[in-house]
Each structure stands twice: as structure tokens, then as C-alpha cells.
Design a protein around this ligand. Structure first.
Ligand SMILES: Nc1nc2c(c(=O)[nH]1)N[C@H]1C(S)=C(S)[C@@H](COP(=O)(O)O)O[C@H]1N2
Ligand SMILES: [Mo]
Length: 427
């Protein structure tokens, strides 16, 4: 034991009083092992958050049109964008459920990790050299980026739209800044973390290199073991999982989602599933969706206008598909029925090579009142302009008289109260 011990370095004489002094930090729990365990959990978790986040963004087809997303210069950061598929039809639902639930569940781990390294925030002098300065700057981006991404994400799923601008722009740019700093951090710390977990179970001596500035030189008597602390964090995460995951599973599990901002009870009957925005809340007037409602279908050089009766007289098809919102909530599959988008395209002369389509709602304004669907989405036989759900006429809040439903698409692309479809217009 004494062999491995190093001389304690001379205490630097002029540390300002307070948190810059190592002996200010007295928790006996801090040390490389605890930090490394939290760090490794975050390494796995943040990687999965990043991948599901990028996929989630791709699902919006932001490369298709400025209507779907207006993030400036996403073209460059969106180098990876691809045609979002319609199969498997649950892909977006699972992806978004994982992204949101994992983000919430990792909050206690993130806080615990920050707590475990807080003495290093007060390192003195704050900058020792150029290299040290750069490293600290990257840590600022790391911690700031993590805080920003978790905060914007959680505010968004809790429907607090207090952002200066679009959530997508902030969360997307923030993700790239955060992940850049994260990669640098992992590259420089991973070997140390692995070593700490493997070998440094015994408490390293404060002041040694192994202690990494984390171990208190004047530890207070412990009130909990390191494993106990780990268990508490795990319990916190599990508790969050228990009150969050239900809204991603949907159906009767929704009742367990105590943190769901839309409430736990979506009602009963064929239309008894989660509603994002009610007709009243977005200013849909009864006259907009009454007998005077018409569906305009447009193609290059052609236009057809249908009444609801004419729409109902067309061949009706069924598709069992979920609604899956960016906020992480989703419904189990619902049985929709209505007219295939390809059949509507055929009315205006589009064949099997049906192009992309722009969908517009009677709703005036707002980011959800119109979207552009990709050609593969339009051509999928399960993509419907739905008029019924689970055997009943669509309720007003679910989009009466007609709404779009597309397999695998984010909820926001399932436009409600549709009044116009335009095929093949360059968007
Ligand atoms: N016209 C219109 N369509 C819309 C919306 C909207 O606000 N207006 N919300 C979208 C969003 S974000 C989602 S998640 C789904 C939710 O559908 P639901 O309310 O029937 O569950 O509708 C989408 N279609
Ligand atoms: Mo949504």
C-alpha cells in the first residue's frame, strides 16, 4: 500500500477561501469510481439520445420543404438526412418514446454526475495554461450543452413553449454543440473512467493523480455508502421511468403517466385516445367543417373539388396505425378508414409514380396547419385521408371531416381538418 502512495504535493499557498480549497469539499463519496460509473451510464445514454434525436429530426423530412422545418443552414448539419421510411410503421413511435423517456430518466444521473465533479468547477487558478484553458472551455460547452439540451427537451415535452424561436432550431443546434464537446470529453476521459471502474475500488488518496481532484482531503464521516448513493440515483431514475413511460405506451398505461402534461385520461369510446390540440383550441369554426366543407385535390394543371359525400363514396380502405407525437406520447394502433392518398392522386391524373404532396388544413396559421409528405409516404397503401376511426366517424378533435394518417410518420404530419391536397407541386 505504502509503495503506491505518492508524496502529497505542497499545498498551494494562496488559494482564496471557500470552494477553491480542496478541504472545502467534504463528502467522502466523491472519487473517481463514482464519477466514472455515472460517466459510463451517461456515455451509453447520451449516445442513444443523440442517435434517436437525429433519427427523430430526419422523420420530419426537413430536406423536403421549408414548410416542414425552417432551421436555417440545417442543410450542412443535415448532411445525414435520408428518406424517412414508412416501414416498420412503429419506427417513429418507438424512436421518439425512447428519446423522450430516456431523456427524462437520465436527469438524476446527469445531476449526480455534476455533483460528483463539482470541486473541479472551482479549480484554482481557473486557467493554468493554454491547453488547460481549452479543456475548461470544452467542459463549459459540455456542461452548458447538456443543461441546454435537457432543459429545452423537457420544457418542450411539458408544453412550455417559452423559446425565443423554434424548438427544433435550438434543440438541433444545441445537440451538435453538446455532442462535439461530449466526444472530446469521452476521448480524453474514457481510459481513466474504465480504469477507475476496474481497479480503483479502494479509496484513492487525496492529492494523488488517481484521485483526479475529486477525493476530499478532509472527508466527513459517511452517512451513506457509494453503492447506496448509486442506488438512490437509480431509484430516482426508476421513479421517473414509472411516471413517464406510460404515455409512450398509451392505452390503459397512460393512467400511470403522472407527469403527462395532457392528462392521464383521454376519454372512452372509438375516439377515446389522446388529443394533441382540440378543434376549439386552434380556432376551428363549426362552419369550416360543416356541410360547406370541401376537399380540393390538385395536380399539375388539374383540380377536383369533393364534398364529404363524394369522398365517402370513394373506395374505403383500412389501416391500423398509431399517433406518435414528438413530445414522446403515443397511442396504440387505431383502426383508421378512409381514402388512399394514391386514389386521390389518381383523381388528378397521378399514376404509380405519385410525387410528394402538400397537405393543408382549414386551420388558419400555426406550424401544424400544413405539411409536405414525401413520395414514399404518399405511395404507401396504408396512407389514408381518414374519415373514420375504430368504426366511428372521426370526432371534431381528431380532425373531422378528414385527416391524414401515414405509417411511421411523426404525429405532426397527420394533419387534421384537411381541406386541400396538392400533388407534385415543387415545395
Ligand atoms: N391541423 C392540425 N393538424 C394537426 C395538429 C394541429 O395542431 N393542427 N397537431 C398535430 C400533432 S403535433 C399531432 S401529435 C397529431 C395528434 O393527433 P390527435 O390530436 O388526433 O391525437 O395531430 C397533428 N395534426
Ligand atoms: Mo405532435
Amino acid at each position: 500500500m505504502s509503495e503506491g502512495k505518492r508524496e502529497r504535493p505542497e499545498r498551494r499557498p494562496r488559494l482564496p477561501p471557500g470552494p477553491t480549497r480542496p478541504e472545502f469539499w467534504r463528502s467522502p463519496l466523491r472519487g473517481p469510481w463514482l464519477t466514472a460509473v455515472f460517466g459510463l451510464v451517461l456515455l451509453a445514454g447520451v449516445t442513444l439520445l443523440f442517435v434517436t434525436g437525429l433519427l427523430s429530426y430526419a422523420a420530419y423530412n426537413p430536406d423536403l420543404s421549408a414548410v416542414n422545418d425552417q432551421t436555417p443552414d440545417k442543410g450542412w448539419l443535415g448532411f445525414y438526412l435520408f428518406s424517412w421510411p414508412t416501414s416498420p410503421y412503429w419506427l417513429y413511435r418507438v424512436n421518439q418514446g425512447v428519446h423522450v423517456v430516456l431523456g427524462v430518466v437520465l436527469v438524476p444521473v446527469l445531476l449526480a454526475k455534476l455533483w460528483s465533479v463539482i470541486p473541479k468547477l472551482f479549480e484554482w487558478p481557473p486557467v493554468r495554461s493554454v491547453g488547460h484553458g481549452i479543456e475548461r472551455l470544452s467542459l463549459l460547452l459540455l456542461v452548458g450543452g447538456a443543461g441546454f439540451e435537457f432543459a429545452t427537451g423537457i420544457l418542450n415535452v411539458q408544453l412550455h413553449y417559452i423559446f425565443p424561436g423554434s424548438f427544433y432550431v435550438l434543440h438541433f443546434y444545441g445537440a451538435w454543440v453538446f455532442i462535439g464537446a461530449f466526444v472530446v470529453h469521452v476521448a480524453s476521459r474514457l481510459p481513466r473512467a474504465v480504469r477507475a471502474v476496474r481497479y480503483a475500488r479502494a479509496r484513492p488518496e487525496a492529492g494523488t493523480e488517481e484521485a483526479a481532484g475529486l477525493v476530499s482531503p478532509r472527508p466527513a464521516p459517511p452517512t451513506i455508502s457509494r453503492r447506496g448513493a448509486l442506488g438512490m440515483v437509480a431509484l430516482g431514475s426508476l421513479a421517473l421511468l414509472a411516471v413517464t413511460a406510460g404515455q409512450s405506451v398509451g392505452g390503459r398505461w397512460r393512467r400511470t403517466a403522472l407527469l403527462a402534461p395532457h392528462g392521464q385520461d383521454p376519454g372512452s369510446g372509438p375516439n377515446g385516445f389522446q388529443i394533441n390540440k382540440t378543434a376549439a383550441s386552434v380556432g376551428i369554426r363549426p362552419s369550416d367543417i360543416g356541410p360547406a366543407w370541401r376537399l380540393t385535390v390538385r395536380g399539375p394543371g388539374r383540380q377536383v373539388i369533393l364534398t364529404r359525400g363524394e369522398l365517402l363514396a370513394m373506395e374505403q380502405h383500412e389501416a391500423a396505425l398509431p399517433i406518435a407525437c414528438v413530445e414522446g406520447w403515443s397511442t396504440p394502433d387505431q383502426l383508421w378508414s378512409g381514402v388512399r392518398l394514391t386514389d386521390l392522386a389518381a383523381l388528378v391524373g397521378q399514376g404509380t409514380d405519385t410525387p410528394q404532396a402538400r397537405v393543408e388544413s382549414v386551420q388558419r396559421g400555426g406550424p401544424f396547419s400544413s405539411v409536405v409528405l414525401r413520395d414514399n409516404q404518399v405511395r404507401d397503401p396504408r396512407s389514408l385521408l381518414a374519415v373514420r376511426v375504430n368504426g366511428a366517424v372521426l370526432s371534431e378533435d381528431h380532425g373531422y371531416p378528414a385527416r391524414v394518417i401515414v405509417p411511421g410518420a411523426p404525429g405532426v404530419h397527420n394533419t387534421k381538418w384537411v381541406t386541400r391536397l396538392t400533388f407534385g407541386e415543387p415545395a
